[in-house]
Design a protein around this ligand. Structure first.
Ligand code: HEC
Length: 190
């Protein structure tokens, strides 16, 4: 059931009559991802130029979850980042996220934006809408996700003894944003 929903053409969602709440969820999800991604990248670049990558490691560690929590509080959705090879084990994918990540890897980063998105209505009881969007590796990511050199390597080793998030190259799919809208009246705890 879920497998058949994977990478369902987003266009099919857009064909629904306007005003359907789920249409809004798709747009809201894209907007949340945009805000999360751009805020993170801005802070990351600021930290890189201010204190170099070792300082920026802290931004990723502290600010990524804080920004996600802030957006969650405002929107009512749960938002985060995941990957098939995580740096922080707390970002490990849930089974449905893992399936989507595998599909993203299969189609590849060159497939085009519309194929690097996933959306599902009412995938299970209590969940109104699920959304994922692939994150593609950029040159600025390589300092920490390519072959990190000292002193970054050291900082990462200390903070993330189970780090698997290295060896990436520009254009690789690094992971994905995920967004879950709970059914109205459900706790925002998933
Ligand atoms: C200064 C080092 C640094 C840079 C540069 C950096 N990251 Fe990260 N990244 C980290 C750290 C540290 C974590 C772990 C954050 C945490 O504890 O949640 C992380 C985690 C992630 C995650 C969550 C999944 C996981 O592995 O735990 C994704 C996705 C990610 N980074 C993508 C990127 C992308 C894309 C870029 C470039 C735009 C980038 N990162 C640049 C340090 C960095």
């Amino acid at each position: 059931m879920i497998a058949s929903l994977l990478l369902a053409p987003i266009a099919a969602l857009a064909d629904e009559p306007p005003g359907v709440p789920d249409d809004n969820r798709l747009e809201q999800s894209r907007e949340l991802v945009k805000q999360f991604g751009s805020t993170l990248q801005k802070e990351l670049m600021g930290a890189m130029s201010a204190g170099g990558p070792p300082n920026a490691v802290r931004i990723c560690r502290d600010r990524a979850p804080a920004i996600a929590a802030e957006l969650a509080r405002h929107s009512g959705a749960k938002i985060g980042r995941t990957s098939l090879k995580t740096r922080n084990p707390q970002n490990a994918p849930e089974p449905w996220q893992r399936s989507v990540l595998l599909q993203f890897d299969e189609v590849g980063a060159s497939a085009g934006d519309e194929r690097l998105e996933f959306a599902a209505h009412n995938p299970e009881p209590g969940v109104e809408f699920r959304y994922m969007q692939a994150i593609v590796t950029k040159p600025m990511c390589l300092a920490c996700h390519g072959e990190p050199a000292e002193p970054i390597r050291n900082v990462l080793d200390d903070a993330y003894p189970h780090d698997a998030a290295t060896g990436y190259e520009t254009g690789d799919i690094r992971g994905a944003f995920h967004i879950v809208w709970p059914e109205e009246g459900q706790d925002n705890d998933r």
